[in-house]
Design a protein. Structure first.
Length: 71
């Protein structure tokens, strides 16, 4: 599955700070912009996995499930 999100980068002294406006709480940081990007990507992946898991807890066990792809 392919997802695209906006990454915003700012400087805070010697640190690069990254965040994603579309996903509240998705923040990253690093000494370089690349480190901040990788940190943000990892954070987004964790948040989405947690939301997916949390959302599926309420699905009845006998409900029909299938995967849809959004590109």
């Amino acid at each position: 599955m392919r997802n695209e999100f906006t990454a915003v980068f700012e400087r805070d002294g010697e640190w690069h700070i990254a965040y994603c406006p579309e996903i509240p709480g998705a923040n990253g940081q690093g000494r370089t912009k690349e480190e901040a990007r990788e940190s943000l990507i990892a954070t987004i992946a964790l948040i989405l996995a947690d939301r997916r898991e949390e959302g599926l807890r309420a699905v009845p066990p006998d409900a029909e499930r299938e995967t849809v792809t959004i590109e």
